[in-house]
Design a protein around this ligand. Structure first.
Ligand SMILES: [Zn+2]
Length: 518
């Protein structure tokens, strides 16, 4: 006979009190191997969560285009890009005309392309007074964890936090007051130096391929000009500290958790910016992760003082990983590590079509996906689109660094134990208008002309492997080795809160990490 654990513990039987605050932290481009690599130097929030939470060591953003927008859209929807409709950054939250920013110039953004519901919608259906606050340096990092709900959603643009007209017509007083401190502008001339003594970093500091060949050794200094400093501020570790301070300010101003369970989503972008510029093996990314760990420690401490341990539920994950600089990979013997720049191939196809029938760019290649949005128009003008696409496939296969080019229809129904096939299946809906999918060889990266950065976006483990961690009441502490994915987060949170998702999900409840409830 099994005796329920709660009886053994001498606790009253009954529904567990619900958390007042669900906190979902997405660290942009946080590769899980960083947590192992720097483990002995992590003394803040990352270590605290790892020690007290359920850590999934084999978690993936298990789709092909491992970019920020698709990644953030999986986290609280429980669904793949094929089902959320967010298949790339370019087809993410950009909404230039209908959703202009408030009080600052910059690209408008909204969740107009996002399909279906998210965790917050299920919470709101059960608790009509529930509220959400979502903040990030990036529009897509703030918008996509919430879905279409018109909640408090803010991101950073040119030195201030703002939102778009999708959400509001003006900024609330607390946001205006936070912006009025002008922290990023006052950071003109600020120096980013190492947190620990140089001997604590095993990486070489001077790699001339880093940061496009400029300013690649410590210390790094922000421009002396205030507006330029506010722009550059978005790419240094302090940006995460500012984002967390802004989130806490919002928690206080909105009094989250006052009337029931509320949601706080925070997406921290500095790791992504530093990773792109300096690469995953740099002294800079090492220092960034150490600082992130300290900032998170301070942030979580503040939250626990406000809410107590019993009433906060925390998730930490990432939207994608990253592939090293090809320069470094080549030096380590990965002979296929090249930058694949498909611009000339695509330009040639478009030029041929334009000379024949006129018009604009008919064919796009976005992070491995070939799209022909106006297929019908081309066909109506007598173009054999299938042969154009087949010709393009041949040209792409001939590019150094390209491993394979497939038609999505040819991958449907194929063996899902092949991660590459599975990740493309999770990526593309049959009606998405994607004609071809191109996958690169290991350690090769997609690139633009004159953009010598480290990159992600492939269906490789380097780009898809992410940390996943749950902490709080109802969670069984431990390290879990089974393969899981970020679409499992939303159903697991729903189970912890007794919520019913309002549509079919791609993920599953991670029951192995939950306390028995009976
Ligand atoms: Zn990125």
């Amino acid at each position: 006979m099994s005796i329920p654990l709660l009886v053994l513990a001498g606790l009253a039987i009954g529904p567990a009190p619900k958390p007042r605050l669900v906190v979902v932290i997405t660290v942009d481009q946080l590769r899980p191997d960083y947590l192992d690599r720097y483990r002995t130097q992590l003394v803040g929030g990352l270590t605290w969560l790892l020690r007290g939470g359920a850590y999934f060591a084999d978690a993936y953003q298990d789709h092909a285009v491992t970019e920020t927008a698709p990644g953030h859209a999986t986290v609280l929807s429980g669904r793949w890009p094929a089902h959320t409709g967010i298949i790339s950054n370019a087809r993410g939250v950009v909404d230039l005309l209908a959703a202009r920013l408030i009080g600052v110039a910059g690209p408008g953004a909204s969740p107009a392309r996002f399909r279906g519901t998210e965790f917050f919608d299920w919470l709101k259906a059960a608790e009509p007074n529930a509220r959400a606050l979502s903040v990030s340096r990036k529009d897509r990092g703030a918008i996509l964890p919430i879905g279409r709900a018109k909640e408090s959603v803010y991101w950073y643009q040119s030195g201030v936090f703002t939102t778009s007209r999708y959400y509001a017509d003006s900024l609330p007083t607390w946001v205006q007051a936070f912006n009025a401190r002008r922290v990023p502008f006052r950071a003109a001339g600020l120096t980013w130096d190492l947190l620990l003594p140089p001997s604590a970093y095993s990486e070489a500091d001077s790699e001339p391929y880093e940061n496009a060949g400029h300013d690649y050794t410590f210390p790094h200094r922000l421009p002396a000009d205030s507006p330029l400093a506010a722009l550059a501020f978005g790419g240094i570790p302090t940006m995460d500290s500012l984002t967390l301070a802004f989130a806490l300010e919002g928690v206080r101003a909105l009094q989250l958790g006052r009337g029931g369970t509320d949601l706080l989503a925070v997406s921290l972008s500095a790791t992504d910016l530093v990773g792109h510029a300096f690469g995953p093996d740099s002294r800079e990314i090492h220092d960034q992760v150490l600082r992130l760990d300290r900032y998170l420690g301070w942030f979580l401490q503040q939250l626990l003082v406000r809410y107590t341990r019993e009433s906060v539920l925390i998730v930490l994950t990432s939207d994608h990983g990253v592939t090293p600089f090809p320069e470094r990979s080549l030096a380590l013997g990965h002979s296929d590590a090249v930058r694949v720049i498909p611009d000339s191939v695509i330009r040639a196809v478009n030029a041929a079509l334009d000379s024949r029938i006129g018009g604009h760019d008919w064919v796009y290649l976005e992070t491995g996906m070939v799209l022909v949005p106006d297929r019908g128009k081309l066909a109506a003008q007598g173009v054999n689109v299938d042969s154009v696409v087949a010709d393009l496939a041949t040209r792409l296969r001939a590019q150094p660094g390209v491993a394979r080019v497939d038609r999505p229809a040819d991958l449907a129904g194929k063996d899902t134990t092949d991660p590459l096939v599975r990740r493309w299946q999770h990526q593309i809906a049959p009606n998405a208008g994607v004609e071809l999918v191109a996958t690169l060889k290991p350690y090769a990266i997609w690139s633009l002309e004159n953009l010598p950065i480290a990159m992600h976006g492939q269906p490789s483990d380097l780009d898809a492997h992410v940390p996943l961690l749950f902490w709080g009441r109802g969670v069984r502490r431990g390290v879990y080795r089974g393969r899981v994915s970020t679409v499992d987060i939303a159903p697991t949170l729903a189970r912890l809160l007794g919520l019913t998702p309002s549509e079919p999900l791609d993920g599953r409840v991670l029951g192995e990490a939950l306390q028995p409830v009976d």
